[in-house]
Design a protein around this ligand. Structure first.
Ligand code: NAP
Ligand code: MG
Length: 489
């Protein structure tokens, strides 16, 4: 019987001692302003919205709601910074600021991790061991490029493109901010960044770090708000480039909005990855890999392995082991260090997951859920498997963005390649096998930006990341991640 964490009010029978992360050292301001031109400023119409902890539904802080006027102020501040010494500064000098930011994030890593888990619902183990270390690694990596652009683009000079409008989602809030800000700064641009409405707090904490690092005013502006604020950034005539991570639906709207304006853009959008398990795979590791690919972080991962393809001969074994493993996953308080699965990010997202699971059953799919007792308060969803589904089912074709796995079987390599590619998305994929030849064949044939072999969801700042088809355009990370931020002359 799976257990819920004892630090929230629900279950009693618990195998592990509770290990809640302390929140004593965390300072969350009751009210957060917009970060424009190096200062925290009141939103022009004086409006604020609440950000809550999705595990308890308690309000954490009020956050400024940026209007189109505020967007305009932020863009003007960024333009002034680009025209000032920032973009002409020697790369080594610019790099020093970015190194400083990276080190300050490392120093405050625990604080960032706790706030990330409180504001977004992800387990502390993940924000502490994955998100925040990758954030500082990303700043370190791009700090290193700042004085080496001539080697990144041999034989060419580079100039910054100017003001970048950057809009990010709620699933990896600070990491997505780092993916956007670090390469833009390394190449001498200024930015206006908008975090997601449900997870603004770590980006605002980052603004404090930027002040502490003495980053010149206006180089990075962080403004909070909802979709409309994002739209005002996209529509602003003095923005040179839009970097967006989020849903395919909004990505398409942005593409339409910037068409014909001369603005450059990169889009990191949705995914529906195929995770392919061959009969010669290391079975137990593969089961752990499946769990990691779809259940951890509540399936709130754009590259989650939400479609599982198992070779027919081992399907029963894999499904039975997976069900056993699901029973031992710990769901509950994101701040408990034992927790595997935290809270769903918002009520809206929870409703979307429930809607898809109902729909999948209506379409003929069979579900299996572990016997969790879910916390009473907050937004929770038990890990869920779908069997008896096929390529045409909507739960197989559409991104659910929750802990819901659709399982299908296959017999041959060619069959699974066809099935894996029969989807509008192409962000990521995975293959589990003992044979290098199969790995090479699958990773070349699956139309996805990344295909992991005998592992899943591994990231490194030096590896470019991005999608094919409706999963987006452009790459972030690595040398390729510099390109969207420079003009080659
Ligand atoms: P979303 O609804 O598209 O929102 C993303 C961001 O855009 C948020 O800051 C949102 O603000 C803002 N926004 C909403 N409407 C807008 C508009 N009309 N114009 C400009 N900005 C607008 O996506 P989400 O639900 O936050 O995130 C989940 C999606 O992100 C999934 O599809 C996932 O696959 C994708 N994702 C992709 C990657 C990748 O690298 N490919 C990485 C992470 C996530 P509000 O929050 O205020 O609505
Ligand atoms: Mg929140």
């Amino acid at each position: 019987m799976a257990k819920a964490s004892p630090t929230l009010e629900f279950d009693t029978d618990w195998e592990y001692s509770s290990a809640p992360e302390s929140t004593d050292h965390i300072q969350i301001k009751p009210q957060n302003e917009l970060f424009i031109n190096g200062d925290f400023v009141v939103p022009s119409d004086g409006n604020y919205f609440d950000t809550i902890n999705p595990a308890s539904e308690k309000t954490l802080s009020k956050v400024g709601h940026a209007t189109a006027d505020d967007v305009d102020k932020a863009v003007k501040a960024a333009r002034k910074a680009v025209k000032g010494p920032w973009s002409k500064m020697d790369g080594a000098e610019r790099g020093k600021y970015i190194f400083r930011i990276a080190r300050l994030i490392q120093e405050k890593a625990r604080e960032f991790a706790v706030i990330e888990s409180m504001d977004g619902g992800k387990p502390i183990r993940e924000s502490r061991d994955v998100d925040i270390p990758l954030v500082s690694a990303h700043f370190f990596y791009y700090a290193g490029w700042a004085d080496k652009l001539e080697y990144a683009f041999p034989g060419k000079d580079t100039t910054p493109i100017g003001v970048a409008g950057q809009i990010i989602p709620w699933n990896f809030p600070l990491l997505m901010a780092a993916w956007k800000i670090a390469p833009a700064l390394a190449t001498g641009n200024a930015v206006v960044l908008k975090p997601a409405e449900t997870t603004p707090l770590t980006a605002l904490k980052l603004a404090e770090v930027l002040q502490e690092a003495d980053l010149p005013p206006g180089v990075v502006n962080i403004i909070t708000g909802a979709g409309k604020t994002g739209q005002a950034i996209v529509d602003h005539p003095d923005v040179d480039k839009i970097a967006f991570t989020g849903s395919t639906e909004v990505g398409k709207m942005i593409m339409r909005a910037v068409a014909g304006t001369g603005k450059r853009y990169t889009l990191e959008l949705g995914g529906k990855a195929a995770n392919i398990i061959f009969e010669d795979a290391p079975i137990d590791q593969a089961v752990e890999g499946i769990v990691n690919s779809i259940f951890f972080n509540q399936g709130h991962v754009c590259c989650a392995g939400s479609r599982l393809f198992v070779q027919e001969s081992i399907a029963d074994t894999i499904i039975s082991k997976l069900k056993d493993r699901m029973e031992t996953l710990i769901i509950g308080d994101p701040l408990d260090k034992n927790t595997d699965i935290g809270a769903i990010n918002s009520k809206m997202q929870l409703d979307k997951i429930k809607m898809y699971v109902k729909l999948g059953q209506k379409e003929g799919g069979t579900i299996h859920q572990s016997s969790y007792s879910l916390p009473k308060k907050g937004f929770w969803y038990a890990p869920t498997l779908f069997t008896d589904v096929s390529q045409s089912h909507r739960v197989v074709q559409e991104e659910i963005f929750g802990p819901v796995l659709a399982i299908q079987t296959f017999r041959t390599v060619d069959e699974v390649i066809t099935k894996a590619n029969n989807i509008p998305y192409g962000l990521s994929g995975g293959v589990w096998t003992d044979k290098g030849s199969k790995i090479f064949k699958i990773s070349k044939a699956v139309r996805a930006g990344v295909v992991w072999a005998n592992t899943f969801n591994k990231f490194d700042p030096s590896s470019p990341f991005g999608g094919y088809k409706e999963s987006g355009m452009g790459r972030e990370g690595g040398l390729e991640g510099l390109m969207p931020y420079v003009n080659l002359v």
